[in-house]
Write a protein that binds this ligand. Sequence first.
Ligand code: GRG
Length: 296
Amino acid sequence: MNFREEYQRKEGLVNDALARLMEEQRACPETIIKAMKYSLFAGGKRLRPILMLSAHELVGGDLKESLPLACGLELIHTYSLIHDDLPAMDDDDYRRGVLTNHKVFGEGMAILAGDALLNLSYECMLENAMKYPQRLENHLRAIKCIATAAGVQGMIGGQAVDLEWENKETDPEVLEYIHEHKTGALIVASLMAGILLENCGFDVQKSIESYGRAIGLAFQITDDILDITGSLEKLGKKPGRDEAKRKATFPQRYGLEKSRQMAEQLVEKAIEELKGFDHKADFLKELARFILLRQS
Ligand code: GRG
């Protein structure tokens, strides 16, 4: 298995499916469609959809069946980035290497583009579920798992606490809560949704969930580190924003070196969780390492 080739193959599947989905959005006001496409095709890594496809593949699933859920995850993720960049939240000018959505289309249109992406996500996942009446319950379980992770018990909950604690000294528990929910929940749900589409045993679910939690936290720690060490060219967004906003981050709390060590340990732990799957999990193991080495 060549990791880079396999990543690009799955990335291609997701990008093509997203392009087809946006093509289907006819008879809609032109500007909102433009705003949605602008952020969706600005060049994200497609990490969450690739996690979902890989988890589904690991348990013997047919990727044709999970591709619309993979798209749904990317639509939710892109909406969250658009809203996170708004002046009322992080007030950022750059994302995915280009001006943020509200900088190009205005705040109102950016809010609507985010809302529309979120709604399209559920429309796309539910429409797909209806194509599999014999397996409807599996699909509903997977969609519910994604909805919970994107909502107040997950990403929105984490974002709310993050907003509340801005400019305040945080304790480690709050920091962990923010990261586990704001970033980790959707990463874990991406994997779990792939597993829930098939009828897997509790052990499989437990291993994948633990793997997801570990890479989710490693991903966020790496994100915090890149905000200090990265550049606008590589990151696609301005670095130094966490410090400017006095955000609770791992490097701010533990220093850069200790944060790096923590991320490395988490990746090792994640890989260990997959040992029962043998070579079938090679791609997910490499993906954990990629999270640590990523530059954007
Ligand atoms: C506004 C409801 C709401 C939630 C916002 C996603 C999020 C919650 C905030 C984004 C802030 C941020 C930079 C969090 C760090 C982790 C993260 C989600 C990074 C961006 O994800 P990547 O690196 O982005 O997967 P690409 O562009 O590659 O898809």
